[in-house]
Design a binder for this molecule. Sequence first.
Ligand SMILES: NC(=O)C1=CN([C@@H]2O[C@H](COP(=O)(O)OP(=O)(O)OC[C@H]3O[C@@H](n4cnc5c(N)ncnc54)[C@H](OP(=O)(O)O)[C@@H]3O)[C@@H](O)[C@H]2O)C=CC1
Ligand SMILES: Nc1nc(=O)c2c([nH]1)NC[C@@H]1CN(c3ccc(C(=O)N[C@@H](CCC(=O)O)C(=O)O)cc3)C=[N+]21
Length: 291
Amino acid sequence: MSATIIDGKAYAAGLRARIATQVEPFKAAAGRAPGLAVVLVGEDAASSVYVRSKGRATREAGMESFEHRLSADIDQATLMALVAALNADPAVDGILVQLPLPAHLDAQAVIQAIDPDKDVDGFHPVNAGRLATGLPGFVPCTPLGCLMLLRDVHGTLAGLDAVVVGRSNIVGKPMAQLLLQESCTVTIAHSRTRDLPAKVRAADIVVAAVGIPKLIEGGWIKPGATVIDVGINRTETGLVGDVDFEGARAVAGAITPVPGGVGPMTIAVLLRNTLVSAGRRMGVSIDETLL
Ligand SMILES: NC(=O)C1=CN([C@@H]2O[C@H](COP(=O)(O)OP(=O)(O)OC[C@H]3O[C@@H](n4cnc5c(N)ncnc54)[C@H](OP(=O)(O)O)[C@@H]3O)[C@@H](O)[C@H]2O)C=CC1
Ligand SMILES: Nc1nc(=O)c2c([nH]1)NC[C@@H]1CN(c3ccc(C(=O)N[C@@H](CCC(=O)O)C(=O)O)cc3)C=[N+]21
């Protein structure tokens, strides 16, 4: 048996189309488009590519994109002042500061300076706390995109055994929170985990968010399991995930490819969060169940 390939690119295109249909009535009611501000510090090649594709997707959905490109050597105070100005700008519903920042800047301080109600990345500790306690807020785009794909495959996730490999604040931890909210039994694995293959073998759902090419071997996967590969690793042979795709697809029930899996979902969910933010801020109702 060979796994179903989960087409994240197609799912993301559908999601962006559903978002666009709600942008039109939002504009009519609010008198303006939802606005997303993206801040890029420095000229990291990969980050520039992401920021460009975010800008394009934002405009294609009928939203306004405000792009701020700052030189790599700006100081903390300048960046904090820009965030404060974006917090105060009524045309801005969402603020994203592209990570990683150059090493001389304090990323945590920047994240904490963003108005939690414009934090469409869901990285502010207030939003992390809201997620952990089940309050409405913003959920980080990558894990929410992964959850959408998992729901599409499984319907309900209740009672399934899930392993999340990786415990970062931007992917692993919020992913585990979402799966717990869905009533999965969740194991969070990391670099100090003993016998990772055994933890993976026990799981109906595997989410890999590590950053090591092909760390997760096909032989570790439980037959029929669903595998979500968040990893984006640039190697000489191109972009590869954290899962050995060919090995895993032979045993899994469903698996995301890299590229074309989780990556496109991240951008679509960013637009979703921006539309939801705009609706909340302007008192315009957005049907979140369609998103
Ligand atoms: N598709 C998308 O949209 C996105 C993709 N990514 C990609 O996802 C991957 C993870 O990103 P991110 O969460 O930011 O990464 P981080 O580097 O912040 O976290 C990596 C995690 O992996 C764990 N880890 C490291 N080595 C091992 C190991 N040998 N076994 C098990 N766990 C290990 C670390 O453990 P410990 O905590 O103990 O150090 C850590 O928790 C990267 O490839 C990144 O490029 C990220 C964001 C969005
Ligand atoms: N504040 C902030 N928020 C983020 O959400 C954020 C960030 N910083 N820093 C970097 C990571 C990474 N990230 C990706 C987005 C899209 C793709 C994506 O579209 N990937 C395509 C391929 C892209 C390619 O070819 O390089 C795919 O997987 O098919 C991947 C990764 C968002 N991140």
